[in-house]
Design a protein around this ligand. Structure first.
Ligand code: KIV
Ligand code: ZN
Length: 526
């Protein structure tokens, strides 16, 4: 395959694009994608290793849990700039500054709405007052650190002259990065290109700051718009792994990075990302958020390198370039030949997981291997999807405080259905029986009796991971608690066990979040 990646001597600083990852902030902000403290630390470490330039680690004023996550990531991150988000108020900025203080390189990212509709209805402020607040907020942030980013929220629906006025003042007050977000995913590539070009031409001090794109995907154009903004002179892209984020999500990091690599002839820019880690990053974020990756998702979807039709398979066998524009290895997908079953050993298991893009710690590996053996005893053929479900669960459950010990359910035509469940809650084993209107209801009633809580079940979904009557059932649940939604997934050949584990996964997230937000909180999410 011909490589279009620029050689080192072709790489000039002017074409270098800064990759700003906001999975832990804008990504986590989307309904149901809440991550635990430990998951955030793991993801931040992975992003740092992968070569992300700036990690937006959270919104410190939002909660004590967010503050602690940003603060800990700031302490641990070795290479990347660690950034915290803040609104324009003094308390927000000071809290953000405190959170990022331990970072080798820390950034305050302050934002303020500038569009007529946001100023009138959301801020209820006149443009002059907004402009004054831009200056005072950036000045305050600059007193804490010399790396300050200012964002004009709803920038693409802002009046051009007012946008230029705010951008000029933000730079004068000390902003070193200027972000013009397409907050509502409304722009189209030509328009976004034009916006950056014109703002940079019109703002007299524009050469004193790096311009940044931040695109939402409401019309499916987030990646195209981001690249258009780069063509218009921006040199930072704000994006998330798997494209998770508010509503339809943000521009997907893996798509942006691979677009620049594969089509470097048309997109002659470069970045520092190790693309062979893209699949692993996708899996880690999917496991932590319990957000499944769409099968046909570009770059990291299960089908991105799968060929089903006879004509395509024939072409692939003759030459992979017939139907593949990039080698799977480039994004961390290895072509595999190993078939897993109950005779497979630890070595083959580890090798297989590595081929699939997973990298687990020693304890997680051991636990996953034990569970793989148990599954292989119950299920004849173990497909990649089975392993994926098993490992995702292992990664999510690593820090669980509530664990399922056993479950027995009596179901059938003569109700009421009855469940008996044993749970280990912070090391204490408790047992309870409950009836329900159906077996799933009985299982969930047992959980409610064992761990009293006020979370409401918003969604319950079951699907088969593979085919056949011995297929694993994968259950997704979404629990709503204190205005936030937590999604959790679990798989098991027994649908009721998978249901219990998925529900408990959601409760574990709530318990962990509470304990972080209020360190003295009791274990149960009451
Ligand atoms: O979409 C947006 O406008 C944002 C800002 C806070 C940068 O996420
Ligand atoms: Zn956003």
């Amino acid at each position: 395959m011909t490589s279009t990646t620029p050689s080192v001597q072709d790489k000039s600083d002017k074409d270098r694009v800064i990759i700003f990852d906001t999975t832990l902030r804008d990504g986590e902000q989307c309904p149901g994608a809440t991550m635990t403290f430990e998951e955030k630390l793991e993801i931040a470490a992975m992003l740092d290793t992968m070569g992300v330039d700036v990690i937006e680690a959270g919104f410190p004023i939002a909660s004590d849990g967010d503050f602690e996550a940003v603060n800990e990531i700031a302490k641990r991150t070795k290479n990347a700039v660690v950034c915290g988000l803040s609104r324009a108020g003094q308390k927000d900025i000071d809290r953000c500054a405190e959170a990022i203080r331990p970072a080798k390189r820390g950034r305050i990212h302050s934002f303020l709405s500038t569009s007529p509709v946001h100023m009138k209805y959301k801020l209820q402020m006149e443009p002059d007052a907004v402009h004054d607040l831009v200056i005072s907020s950036v000045t305050r942030a600059r007193n804490h650190t010399d790396d300050v980013e200012w964002s004009s929220e709803d920038g693409t629906r802002t009046e051009f002259d007012f946008l230029c006025r705010c951008v000029e003042s933000a730079i004068k007050a000390g902003a070193t990065t200027i972000n013009i977000p397409d907050t509502v995913g409304y722009s189209v590539p030509e328009e976004y290109y034009d916006l950056f070009k014109r703002v940079r031409e019109n703002v007299p001090n524009s050469d004193k700051a790096i311009f940044s794109v931040h695109c939402h995907n409401d019309l499916g154009m987030a990646v195209a718009n981001s690249m258009a903004g780069i063509r218009g002179g921006a040199r930072q892209i704000e994006c998330t792994i798997n494209g998770i984020g508010e509503r339809a999500g943000n521009a997907a990091l893996e798509e942006i990075v691979m677009a620049m690599k594969v089509r470097n002839d048309k997109l002659p820019y470069w970045n520092n990302i190790d693309t062979t880690m893209l699949m692993r990053a996708s899996k880690e974020v999917s496991a932590a958020t319990s957000f499944p990756v769409q099968y046909n998702k570009a770059i990291v979807g299960r089908n991105a390198f799968a060929h089903e039709s006879g004509i395509h398979q024939d072409g692939m066998l003759k030459n992979a370039q017939t139907y593949e524009i990039m080698l799977p290895e480039t994004v961390g997908v290895k072509q595999t030949s190993l078939v897993m079953g109950k005779h497979s050993g630890r070595h083959a298991f580890i090798h297989k997981l590595e081929e699939m893009g997973y990298k687990l710690g020693q304890n997680q590996l051991e636990d996953a291997f034990v569970r793989f053996k148990a599954l292989a005893d119950r299920k004849k053929d173990i497909y990649d999807e089975d392993l994926e479900a098993l490992v995702d669960q292992e990664m999510t459950a690593a820090h669980d405080r509530i664990k399922l010990v056993s479950l027995t359910v009596i179901a059938g035509t003569h109700g009421p259905q009855r469940a008996t469940m044993k749970l280990n809650v912070d090391g204490v084993v408790k047992i309870e029986e409950a009836e329900g209107n159906g077996p799933v209801d009985a299982v969930f009633n047992c959980i409610k009796a064992l761990v009293p809580h006020e979370a409401k079940l918003e969604l319950y979904q079951v699907h088969a991971v593979t085919e056949g009557t011995d297929a694993q059932a994968e259950v997704s649940v979404r629990l709503a608690h204190e205005g936030r939604s937590m999604t959790s997934r679990a798989a098991d050949p027994d649908t009721l066990v998978a249901s219990a584990k998925a529900y408990l996964g959601g409760l574990n997230k709530i318990v962990m979040k509470r304990a972080r937000d209020m360190p003295a909180a009791v274990a149960a999410a009451s």
